[in-house]
Write a protein that binds this ligand. Structure first.
Ligand code: FAD
Ligand code: DLZ
Ligand code: SF4
Length: 507
């Protein structure tokens, strides 16, 4: 008899573990455990989504004839970790081997490789995770051929490999990337799709009650929990996105709007990351919408690029450079994370809006993460590990393999430009251009050094001044430094920014 351990982010019926095992002879193990639920202070909605999706998945496996041993969460249980659970089952059943699919996170994969087999006195077989388009080995091979690992070149290879939006070796529309067409602001038209709500069944209700009781000290509210927790609901979410939002996804991809939390984004990342959806079926559905004339090329290309390009690329970077990647800090940032990242209370309206979305829905769309909360952490020199822990905790889709490269590489420029050739630093002007947040803010986005000036403005220039030695000669940043040279209030900017940094929790 073999055990197959299935993790909370491996909830797919075609998982390699299930394909390798025999439903009559072998036993599936699944466990809700303290160690996984608390290695960061996960948003309660993230825990509820994972526990409920795990319970539904276990029920489906049983209905298909699998033998499943499931450990439901108990805070006082002696079973604290996944290893404890495997050990406890080993006492009860004559097991000869443990089979797992490669973990998403380095932390757990290392534990398994380093000591599980020895501690259990059991062979452990680790299978490749076939849910992705590109394996870590394939990515390593791709990376070995390039000096700089730009996403765009990786993406083009993946387009050729999969044939998405391709005519032979050439892209549809003769252009690989329609990003420049995807920068519109949104002022009420076209209307936003109605958000999708899923009825809670008894499993959801039990889990919501459990999470409320056990994890209420974690930041974030359960009140607006509206994630689907089964594969069939995740498929409905996919259909809802393709029908209502995909046609506008491209145009408004970078827009931000007061009180509009999702705009035309898909909200599919939590399902993709926990296994309820496969990236291939999501890209297939988007491409089919293009061929059916339902969505334009800029939208479909933009969407497929996020999944086939960015998502696969960040996973490749993660496995190529871990564990050393996690401690990178090229700009030597060490400031503590401001308290308002956990409370959401700040007078900066753009930040408050992103925090509201985050804590109400365990969600924020990409540009909120990158250009508002991320940009602020970059400008204020927050310790990359602290901001990284925050992103890993607060989103329903957060797993280290995708969160870490986005945070260290895209947001914090902590990997010396490995992922992003220049830092994504921006002043209030960018936020003003891409959103209506500044209209609702008590700070003034037009000034730099007044008492009520937008903090992003002086902090932006102070960041450029602090890092002048690194960036002045950067080929894509020359214009910024030419602008800086023309500023007459450089000294005031420095003292204003220093003043803000000294009382950052008051902003
Ligand atoms: P959409 O805008 O609808 O995009 C479609 C899909 O493309 C997403 O579902 C996602 O699977 C994929 N995608 C888009 N952008 C990225 C990207 N940069 N990297 C990887 N996949 C991408 N995404 C996560 O899935 N988990 C994380 O923990 C995570 N942490 C992030 C941290 C930071 C600091 C930043 C800047 C981005 C992070 N992202 C993360 C990427 C991105 O913000 C989310 O994937 C996206 O906001 C999820 O919302 P959506 O499903 O509505 O995405
Ligand atoms: C994120 C998460 C949480 C909150 N809880 C569990 C759990 O109790 N049991 C489980 O198997 N998985 C959980 N997960 C997902 C794991 O953390 C994830 O599988 C690992 O980080 C490896 O990617
Ligand atoms: Fe944000 Fe500045 Fe605009 Fe206020 S004025 S919303 S702080 S960018």
């Amino acid at each position: 008899m073999r055990f197959g351990l299935i993790l909370g982010d491996q909830l797919h019926h075609q998982l390699a573990t299930l394909k390798a095992l025999d439903r009559i002879r072998d036993v599936i193990l699944m466990a809700e455990v303290v160690e996984e639920a608390t290695y960061v202070a996960h948003h309660p909605q993230k825990i509820a989504l994972i526990f409920s999706a795990m319970r539904h998945f276990a029920k489906e496996l049983k209905a298909e004839g699998w033998r499943v041993r499931y450990h439901a969460f108990q805070s006082d249980s002696p079973i604290r970790s996944l290893l404890d659970f495997v050990e406890s089952q080993q006492q009860l059943l004559p097991v000869t081997e443990l089979v797992i699919t490669h973990c998403g996170e380095y932390r757990l994969q290392q534990q398994i490789e380093q000591y599980w087999s020895q501690q259990l006195q059991l062979p452990v077989q680790c299978l490749n995770d076939e849910r992705f388009f590109c394996s870590p080995e394939q990515f390593r091979h791709w990376a070995s051929r390039y000096q700089t690992l730009r996403m765009e070149y990786f993406y083009r290879e993946m387009r050729k490999q999969t044939g998405y939006l391709m005519q032979g070796q050439q892209p549809f529309g003769e252009q690989w990337n329609y990003d420049s067409a995807n920068r519109k602001t949104w002022a009420g038209n076209p209307p936003l799709p109605a958000p999708l709500h899923f009825e809670h069944d008894q499993i959801d209700l039990d889990v919501l009650e459990l999470v409320e009781r056990e994890f209420s000290r974690h930041s974030g509210s359960l009140d607006n929990f509206r994630w689907g927790t089964t594969r069939s609901n995740a498929l409905l979410a996919l259909e809802h996105f393709i029908t209502h939002s995909l046609p506008h996804f491209g145009d408004y991809q970078d827009a931000m709007v007061q009180d509009s939390d999702m705009l035309f984004h898909s909200l599919l990342s939590p399902y993709l990351n926990c296994g309820l959806l496969l990236p291939k079926e999501v890209c297939d559905a988007a491409e089919a919408a293009y061929h059916a004339g339902h969505a334009p090329l800029n939208a479909v290309e933009g969407f497929i690029r996020q999944i086939l390009g960015w998502r696969e690329y960040v996973r490749g970077i993660y496995w190529l450079y871990m564990p050393e990647y996690a401690s990178r800090n090229a700009l030597q940032h060490s400031a503590p994370l401001p308290q308002f990242y956990w409370t959401g209370r700040t007078r900066m309206n753009c930040m408050a809006e992103c925090f509201r979305n985050t804590f109400q829905h365990a969600y924020a769309h990409h540009i909120q993460r990158l250009m508002v909360t991320g940009n602020f952490a970059l400008l204020t020199g927050v310790d990359p590990q602290q901001i990284s822990e925050w992103y890993l905790a607060v989103y329903a889709d957060a797993y280290e393999w995708v969160e870490l490269p986005n945070t260290l590489g895209m947001v914090m420029h902590a990997d010396s430009g490995l992922m992003a050739s220049k830092p994504y630093a921006a002043s209030g002007n960018y936020i003003h251009k891409m959103s209506d947040y500044c209209k609702h803010c008590s700070y003034n986005v037009k000034t730099r050094t007044e008492l009520d000036s937008c903090p992003f403005n002086s902090l932006y220039w102070y960041f450029m001044i602090r890092n002048e030695a690194k960036f002045r000669t950067h080929p894509r940043m020359g214009m910024i430094y030419r602008q800086l040279d023309k500023l007459k209030d450089r000294h005031q900017i420095i003292s204003h920014a220093q003043q803000l940094l000294s009382q950052i929790n008051e902003l």
